[in-house]
Design a protein around this ligand. Structure first.
Ligand SMILES: [Zn+2]
Length: 263
C-alpha cells in the first residue's frame, strides 16, 4: 500500500514528466475511478491547461494546473506511468492525460483511491478532509505541540491523518520499534524523551525511505525486513516478534524492546 515515501516518488515522477506540460486531452477508461466528476467534466476542465509543479500533503498528490486542481489518491494499488505515445498502455490505466509531449497514466488495479477535481483551495480541503501537517517536514517542536493534550494510543495517533498526514502502517511500526515504544502506549503518558525518540525515529524512517528507496524499504536491520514472516524475530535482540491488531491494523512489535508499560 502506498505510504508517504511512495507518494513522494509519484510526485517527483509527475514533476519530471508532466509539470510544465499542457493537457491536450484526458481519456478515462473507467469512469468509476473519478470520484467527483464525470469523464466529460474532467476533460472539459483540464483541456488546454498546463500542469504546474505538483505538491504532496500526506498521501495525497496535488496536481495544480493553470486552471483547476487534480487530486490523486493511490489506495492499495495505484501507480503512475508515462509513455511517449499511446503504445504500451496497460489495461489498468484508468485515466490518461495526453500532454503536449507524451502521456501520463494513472493506473489502479483495485480501484481504491481515485481522482478528484477541485476548482479552488476550499474544494481541495473538502476532498482531503482535515489534514495535519505533513509528517516528512515536521520538526521536533511542532511534533511535541501536536501531541500535547492528546489522549490516544501512540500508533493510532501517528496514523490519524487529521493530526499528522502521511504515516501509514509500515512507517508507524518501524518508527515505534526504533523508538522502543509499545504501539498501544498512551500518548498522554509519554515522557519528553520518549516523544523526542518517536520524532527522531519517524524522521529517520521517512528520510531514508524518501531519499534512498522511493518507498518504505526492507533492508537488513529493519523491522520491515522480517515483518510478515512466520518466524519473525526482532532484528535487534532476536526475540520472536508479537503480532496484534492495533489501531485497526496488523501490527508487529518486539515484546522485549517495546514492553507495554501503560495502564
Ligand atoms: Zn527486540
Amino acid at each position: 500500500m502506498p505510504e508517504l515515501p511512495d507518494v513522494e516518488a509519484y510526485r517527483r515522477f509527475f514533476a519530471q514528466h508532466a509539470a510544465g506540460r499542457t493537457v491536450r486531452r484526458t481519456l478515462v477508461t473507467d469512469e468509476g475511478i473519478l470520484r467527483n466528476a464525470s469523464a466529460r467534466a474532467l476533460d472539459d476542465a483540464l483541456r488546454g491547461h498546463r500542469f504546474e509543479e505538483p505538491g504532496r500533503h500526506g498521501k495525497w498528490l496535488i496536481a495544480s494546473t493553470t486552471g483547476p486542481v487534480v487530486l490523486f489518491h493511490f489506495g492499495m494499488t495505484g501507480d503512475l506511468g508515462w509513455g511517449e505515445n499511446d503504445e504500451a498502455r496497460h489495461r489498468h490505466d484508468r485515466v490518461i492525460f495526453e500532454l503536449d509531449r507524451g502521456e501520463l497514466r494513472y493506473r489502479n488495479m483495485r480501484k481504491l483511491g481515485g481522482l478528484w477535481l477541485a476548482h479552488d483551495q476550499d474544494e481541495v480541503r473538502a476532498v482531503t478532509g482535515r489534514l495535519g501537517p505533513d509528517a516528512l517536514g515536521i520538526d521536533r517542536r511542532a511534533f511535541r505541540r501536536l501531541l500535547r493534550g492528546r489522549r490516544s494510543g501512540v500508533k493510532a495517533l501517528l496514523m490519524n491523518q487529521s493530526v499528522l498526514a502521511g504515516v501509514g502502517n509500515l512507517v508507524a511500526d518501524e518508527t515505534l520499534w526504533r523508538a522502543r515504544l509499545h504501539p498501544a502506549a498512551r500518548v498522554e503518558a509519554l515522557s519528553e524523551d520518549e516523544v523526542a525518540r518517536v520524532h527522531r525515529a519517524m524522521r529517520d524512517v521517512l528520510r531514508i525511505s524518501v531519499e534512498r528507496y522511493d518507498r518504505v524499504p526492507s533492508p537488513r536491520g529493519w523491522l520491515n525486513h522480517v515483518r510478515g514472516r512466520p518466524d519473525a524475530a526482532c532484528p535487534r535482540c532476536g526475540t520472536p516478534l508479537d503480532r496484534a491488531t492495533v489501531a485497526g491494523r496488523t501490527t508487529y512489535f518486539c515484546p522485549r524492546c517495546q514492553p507495554y508499560t501503560g495502564s
